[in-house]
Design a protein around this ligand. Sequence first.
Ligand code: RIB
Length: 297
Amino acid sequence: MTDIVVVGSINADLLLPCERIPRPGETLHAHARSLVPGGKGANQAVAAARLGGSVALIGAVGEDHMGEDALVLLEEAGVDLAGVARVPGSTGIAVVQVEDSGENAILIEGGANRAMTADAVRSASSVVGSAAVVVLQGEIPRDGIEAAASACTGRLVVNLAPVIPVAADVLRRADPLVVNEHEGAGALKLLGEYAQGDHAVVGCLIEAGVPSVVMTRGAKGALVGRPGVTTEVPAPTVEVVDTTGAGDAFVGGLAVRLASGDDLVEAARYAARVGAFACRGRGAQPSYPWAGDTLPG
Ligand code: RIB
């Protein structure tokens, strides 16, 4: 049995490091360029597998040269790719601007990820249904996410990044729902609620019926919300090179620890260290730790 099944996106990331992210209407020179594997689903699968998880990915790439390249680090990490389809058209692409401060801005074009509809996900429902932990994000079609949540009989981790209008039922089955500060407010809106401030948003999500919430807050660490209690989890201090994919590394680390039976707060403490490690290198997957690496903190 596979411990962790990730149902999600696979992209090719065009990384453009720059002094600062251009303002609307502005053109700036990037320092360099590189094309590396990415996509939130693929990133989370690579992170979990490098940390020792038994991981399968359900997703799609296009029948173009980028499709093969996007799978290279997944293969190297030992992710089971039997559920990755090759579909006509282009592989998903992300243009990732990373400024010298380490902050980024990302624009994605879904390409083959659009093929991950409910029908495509249902064809993998036995794999999804037998996983201890199923991990979802917001880069495949809504009905694919909802089908994966329905097929899940284990623990459902929903990283609503980016926020897309999924059924409230998906959020109310998420244990945990993983969001950053902006996504937390977006998720709350989907449940017809509103709150201001990180603690209030986490508390309100729990009151609205989400079983547990992990809010990632960059250098401020994470909040772990469960009914009646919110716990602050610190993030180790590191020299930030590039935050791209740090949230995905966090989710991968979280999934590994939840699959091995950790309590959610303990799993989040570990995940924060994995996310911090990922900020020290360029790109998403290339910056992720392996099981033998020393994590900060
Ligand atoms: O979270 C980082 C990821 O977001 C990048 O790898 C990019 O592909 C987008 O999906």
